[in-house]
Write a protein that binds this ligand. Sequence first.
Ligand SMILES: [Zn+2]
Length: 258
Amino acid sequence: MPELPEATTISSQLSKFITNSKLIEIIIKKDSIIKNKELLKNIINQKCEEVNNYGKMVYFKFQNHWIVFHLALTGYLVINPKEELLNNTIVEFNFDKNKVIFGAKRMFEKMIVYESYPFSKYGPDFRSLKPLDFIKILTKTNKPIKVALMDQNLIAGIGNIYACESLFDAKILPTRNTRNITVQEYHKLFNSLHNIIKLAIEKRGSTISDYIDAFGNKGEFQNYHKIYGKKFCPECSKKVSTIKIQDRITYFCSNCQK
Ligand SMILES: [Zn+2]
């Protein structure tokens, strides 16, 4: 499932091809997961001013409109795709020189068109945070740290994989309450997230099942996971524990994480 590193990979790859190019045509193949599609007609023949991501969401910005993609589990955005990627097309965007396909195998994904800034309801994108902002946001809450990290209304961009990996790296149990984590531990967690996300972007994200980048390639960061999906702890060799937190399987080491 795309999180910040995957969304950043996709948006930065697309940006080089799409920014400042004119959107000529939009072909809708399946409209059930598109919201506000009546607004799309206003965007035809406009220049795409920006391709970027806010947390996990990739967006195209036009003069007065935003198209926001929630890629959920199986969604993808690919540029000038090969034939085999066309089977699950939801929308085809024909820009003056390039074609972008939004596709999804299932129907949890969403494409939403907005007439005003769409991200005010979310917390800040993790990349914009300084350590003290991060600590301030989390210590105001009163819940398990993993739940707080994944709450997009607090901080945008962190999902299951990067929450598990960063908590393991910072040696903090995912069930610890946000109020009982020390300032020193928060600094460590911030650095873990920062470094893991940076490396994950360099490796074009993690492909566990369906994720592909904007060129249709799998990411490589799954080869660098230390705890997510693992059977044994790479530090102490004990069996990795799993629990469900908000319905997501959470991996941790009960020996190394306190
Ligand atoms: Zn361990």
